[in-house]
Design a protein around this ligand. Sequence first.
Ligand code: G3P
Ligand code: CA
Length: 359
Amino acid sequence: MLTDLLCLAHNGRTRVLTLLAAILLSAHPAIPTPAISTDVNQTKPLLIAHRGASGYAPEHTLAAYELAIQQGADFVEQDLQITKDGALICLHDPDLARTTNVAEVFPERATVRDVAGEGEAKRGWYAVDFTLAEIKRLDAGSWFNRTNPFAARSDFSRQRIPTLEEAIKFINNRAGLYIELKHYPFYKSLGYDVAERLAATLKAHGCDKREKRDRVFIQSFYKSALLRMKEIAPQYARIQLLPMEDANRKTDTAKITPELAQEIAAYARGAGPSKAMLASAADVATLHRAGLIVHPYTFRGLTTPTSRRPLDEQQQNGSSVRQNIISDIQRYVYLGIDGGFTDYPALWKAAIEGGPKRN
Ligand code: G3P
Ligand code: CA
């Protein structure tokens, strides 16, 4: 036990305290242990289903969320966009075109917008230009069947874009919610404070209650969005995605430094860096030393949302797609991460069960 304590100490005082708590709990087995925790000290890294089980089903559909839950996700991710009439919907891109048939249903409705605010306006079918009723007419699954014929299912073509409310009701506490505030300044410039609407929606569904709040993470690439959440709904754990996307930011946020970690620790519970930012265990340790949990994105091997391959296919390095994804997860778990986003929840499970153990 002393060895365990010494091993865990490198990740901070809180890990040791949790081990002591575990010892106490084992002496009192009647005390229930929560199934899901945002605590830095959980022994197994958290499995966050990225856009649902998006390697197996069309991202951000109830089918993808259901599969994620069946595959054992601790948390299911929702990326938020907002409709013209103010509904929060689960959608990764601000433009509906990649994941729906909007261009066929509404061929004349494209607009030109500069979502990133960097002077690069693009033509697209932006969710914010459509009402929820219009968006509910769109097929959100056939694109997946076309681009992933090896994983196609006829029922995917009947999938619709869910609202956040529908997602909360559907998941129904079977997994936690891991919600991203996307393009916060863009929507603010149009008169929508998405953070306020998110806080109100969570409250309306009782997610702010003590027994439910640790099943919610709020994440954003925008520090401004997280500061707003801290102000209006501080009870939810906040995760700063990296690199940050706030405009006019002078300091580089694509490199892990003690200064960056300290800055984030002032308003967030953790950091969600791109995997590439974690070059070694030292980067994870830098974040841990500031008291932050670490949830990198995205574990999907050499596939992307628009270029999937069958899991048994051999890749250039002689390993299968499946094995490459599992090895990738195992490598980062070994570095000491506290959780991670993956498109393939079933492979996360396989990696944790079969891989090198963290301290
Ligand atoms: O939110 C973590 C990860 O999902 C960030 O990347 O572009 O998939 O939202 P993205
Ligand atoms: Ca996301």
